[in-house]
Design a protein around this ligand. Sequence first.
Ligand SMILES: C[S@@+](CC[C@H](N)C(=O)[O-])C[C@H]1O[C@@H](n2cnc3c(N)ncnc32)[C@H](O)[C@@H]1O
Length: 219
Amino acid sequence: MGEVNLLDMYPVADRPIEERAKTLTEEVRAVAREYGREFFDGDRLYGYGGYRYDGRWQKVVARLREHYGLDDDAAVLDIGCAKGFLLYDFRQAMPGATLAGVDVSEYAIEHAIDDVKPYLQVASADVLPYADDSFDLVLSISTIHNLPREACKQALREIERVKKPGGHAFVTVDAWRNDVERDRLMKWMLTAYTFMHVDEWVELFEEVGYTGDYYWFIA
Ligand SMILES: C[S@@+](CC[C@H](N)C(=O)[O-])C[C@H]1O[C@@H](n2cnc3c(N)ncnc32)[C@H](O)[C@@H]1O
């Protein structure tokens, strides 16, 4: 288990933090947490402001493949897969891979990219619809912090359960390393229920027996 930034090839978004802080209310958060059209394809106030495929995960796939030495027929699960963009780019790079994705959002799965839709299911990260020891690589990008603490812990246990012995996992979560980053996250954070200092995350990973890798979303 270790801290490693496997998203270093992913474009860094422009974050108008002070602007968002002025409009962010609990009502806005409640709409975002429905993970419906508003969150993905509605106004930027509620989420992405348009979640569209643009190939940005291609370099991330290459990075993951190399880092973990994945075989061409590896089994890969993406938890919080949204419209399946990351899995689509896996499919392009590794046509022989076995792909699976879950997301709690019916809207996202309904509007998923057609090529990977058959591999996606609506399910929550803390109750994965897969057998033990199923995947060579389990990914969860910016997702498990959206569960309350106990469910987030259960999601990490689920990752361990469905990961093959000798397989790999990588998660990213909302976190901070100092007070400035904490303040920025509090102003930016829309949907998360579980967010903490990076050291506390590491303690939580150890507490639940998570053996995978991790990195941080720092606002
Ligand atoms: C910030 S988005 C990240 C989407 C995608 N992983 C990415 O990086 O582009 C968070 C995702 O988590 C999903 N999500 C939220 N709660 C979830 C849960 N309990 N189980 C599975 N997915 C969940 C949302 O629907 C959304 O697709």
